[in-house]
Ligand binder design. Structure first.
Ligand code: 13P
Ligand code: ZN
Length: 286
């Protein structure tokens, strides 16, 4: 296709938005997706950039390691279900300035608009994930995953407690997120506080639960980030169903800590032992 939608990275980005919608994670404008583009992807898209880019807009945060980068972002208030239908009005490409503190729109949002209200949060977390993964992580994805949200009403809001519950919900969860999942207490969406609190967790986790709100994940590519979101949400679904079935009481049988360690050995992943020693199975249930 002789337009920007024929460029593979745009196709993959749009498909991921659609995949999230199919899962039921994006009511209305809920959720957002940003991707830090590779140089060759920027070069492929550049012929379709606006003749005159938008004006520079201060981010309110800055990151030295993101100077001059380009990101694809969903638009604030835009519905992810419309991304496939009207991508040019639902998403944009933004360029970061040489100071690493402002952005301007170089493509998309033709009917007006701005990148997601969570862009400063995504931006700061891209900076952390780029640093801690040696440049490997490129995707940040936020979704309103219903079962993860439901569990935040029931379990203590502690990373170790959620991780233990989610690891024990299905056998291969601990292989997908061996480092665990962070938990951020309730905070105003899009604000500096949630950005900072998430950054602290993203130093060591690649996923953070936002209490009563949803899930925030990062990954090297679309498939890995989506798969992480999907696995955590499915684990939360199983945990919610089991908790409801027992009325919150301990289940008849569980995956034991030694079972988890055996999975880790077999699959060649190192489980975060701090999580296993933090709280026992008995203490998970009230
Ligand atoms: P945006 O429409 O600004 O992306 O906000 C959606 C959302 O989920 C905020 O947390
Ligand atoms: Zn949200």
């Amino acid at each position: 296709m002789n337009n920007i939608f024929g460029v593979k990275v745009m196709e993959d980005y749009i498909r991921m938005c659609h995949d999230g919608v199919r899962q039921g994670w994006h009511e209305r404008n809920g959720g957002n997706l940003t991707y830090r583009m590779k140089e060759e992807e920027v070069a492929e898209c550049r012929p379709y950039f606006r003749a005159t880019p938008g004006s520079w807009v201060k981010l309110g945060v800055e990151a030295d390691n993101l100077k001059g980068e380009h990101f694809i972002s969903t638009g604030s208030g835009k519905f992810l279900q419309n991304v496939g239908l009207e991508p040019q009005n639902s998403i944009c490409i933004v360029e970061i300035n040489e100071e690493g503190d402002s952005y301007r729109i170089v493509w998309g949002l033709e009917n007006g608009g701005r990148p997601t209200s969570e862009f400063p949060t995504h931006f700061m977390n891209h900076s952390v994930r780029k640093r801690v993964t040696g440049g490997e992580n490129r995707v940040i994805y936020h979704a309103h995953t219903p079962y993860v949200i439901a569990l935040t009403y029931v379990l203590p809001l502690q990373s170790e407690v959620f991780t233990r519950m989610l690891w024990k919900s299905a056998t291969e969860c601990c292989v997908v997120f061996p480092g665990g999942v962070g938990v951020v207490p309730w905070m105003v969406p899009g604000g500096p506080e949630i950005a900072k609190a998430t950054c602290v967790l993203m130093e060591k986790y690649d996923a953070a639960i936002w209490a009563f709100h949803g899930l925030f994940v990062s990954g090297p590519d679309f498939d890995t980030a989506f798969g992480l979101m999907h696995t955590i949400e499915k684990a939360a679904q199983i945990a919610s169903i089991a908790l409801a079935a027992t009325g919150g009481k301990p289940p008849r049988q569980v995956i034991t800590d030694d079972n988890l360690r055996a999975i880790g050995r077999e699959f060649g992943v190192t489980l975060n032992e701090e999580i296993l020693s933090f709280v026992s199975d008995d203490e998970l249930y009230c």
